[in-house]
Design a protein around this ligand. Structure first.
Ligand SMILES: Nc1nc(=O)c2c([nH]1)NC[C@@H]1CN(c3ccc(C(=O)N[C@@H](CCC(=O)O)C(=O)O)cc3)C=[N+]21
Length: 280
């Protein structure tokens, strides 16, 4: 049985068409367009690529982005001051601080300095806590993008055993919480987990959120599983050994073209939501 391919690229494209219409209407009504401020600290090439992709996505739907680039040597205090400026700037509707930041910076403090109503990337503790409690909040972009992709294909989650490999603050941990909120039974694996392959073998839904190329082997994954790969590594591979699974999985997210585009799409969707609130 060939797996249903969860085509994030196509899903993002269809959503962008809808968003572009909403932005045009907002512009007509208020004369304003939502702006996403993107902060890139240091010169990591892949971070620069992703920030550029996010800016381009904003412009594709008629919004704009304010690209802020800070030197590798930036201190926590300097970054906090920049975030406070953006919080206070009425022309900025969303703030993204690209992870990772250089190691001298307290990333958590900077994430949490983002005003909740501008935390369109869903990285604040407040946003995580509210999401966990099913209160209104912007979701972390990648896990929220995964949930939107599953919904777009009517993938049933209730009662399924979901295994999330990885527990990072803006990916694995919120992913697990969102699946729990959708009534999955959730197991979270991490670097201290023993017998990882035995646990993965039980998964009805497997999420690769570990940031290690093809760490999760195809033969650990049972026939008919739903395979979600949130990894992204040079050479177009993810965290899961995907190739052999196109025959055996019931649904699968390709890399590239699966979770990645949905991450960006969720970020601009949430920026529009924030813009609609602040501009209307
Ligand atoms: N505050 C913060 N929020 C993030 O959401 C965040 C971050 N920091 N730091 C890094 C990761 C990585 N990330 C990706 C976004 C899109 C693709 C993506 O669209 N990938 C394309 C391929 C892109 C290519 O060709 O390289 C795809 O999968 O189709 C990948 C990775 C968001 N991240």
């Amino acid at each position: 049985m060939a797996a249903l391919v969860l085509d994030g690229k196509q899903c993002a494209k269809e959503t962008e068409e809808r968003l572009a219409k909403q932005v045009a209407k907002l512009k007509e009504r208020t004369g304003g367009t939502p702006i996403l401020a993107t902060i890139l600290v240091g010169a990591d090439p892949s971070s620069a690529t992703y920030v550029k992709m996010k800016g381009n996505a904003c412009r594709r739907v008629g919004m704009d982005s304010l690209a802020i680039e800070l030197p590798e040597t930036t201190t926590t205090e300097e970054l906090l001051a920049k975030i406070e400026d953006l919080n206070a700037n009425p022309d900025v509707h969303g703030i993204l601080l690209q992870h990772p930041v250089p190691e001298q910076i307290n990333e958590r403090a900077c994430f949490d300095a983002i005003a909740a109503h501008k935390d369109v990337d869903g990285v604040t503790c407040l946003g995580f806590g509210r999401m966990a409690m099913k209160e209104p909040a912007f979701g972390a972009a990648t896990p929220a993008g995964v949930m939107r992709l599953l919904e777009a294909y009517d993938i049933d989650i209730e009662g399924k055993h979901a295994v999330v490999v990885g527990r990072s603050p803006i990916l694995g941990k919120p992913m697990a919480m969102m699946l729990l909120n959708a009534n999955a039974t959730v197991t979270i694996c991490h670097s201290r987990t023993q017998n990882l392959s035995d646990i993965v073998k039980q998964a009805d839904i497997i999420v690769g959120a570990v940031g290690k190329p093809e760490l999760i082997k195809a033969d650990w994954i049972k026939d008919g599983a739903i395979v979600i790969d949130a990894g992204y590594h040079q050479g177009g591979i993810g965290d899961i050994e995907l190739a052999p699974l196109y025959e055996r999985a019931s649904a699968i997210t390709p890399v590239p073209g699966g979770v990645g585009p949905m991450t960006i799409n969720t970020l601009i969707l949430q920026t529009l939501e924030s813009g609609l609130k602040q501009l209307s």
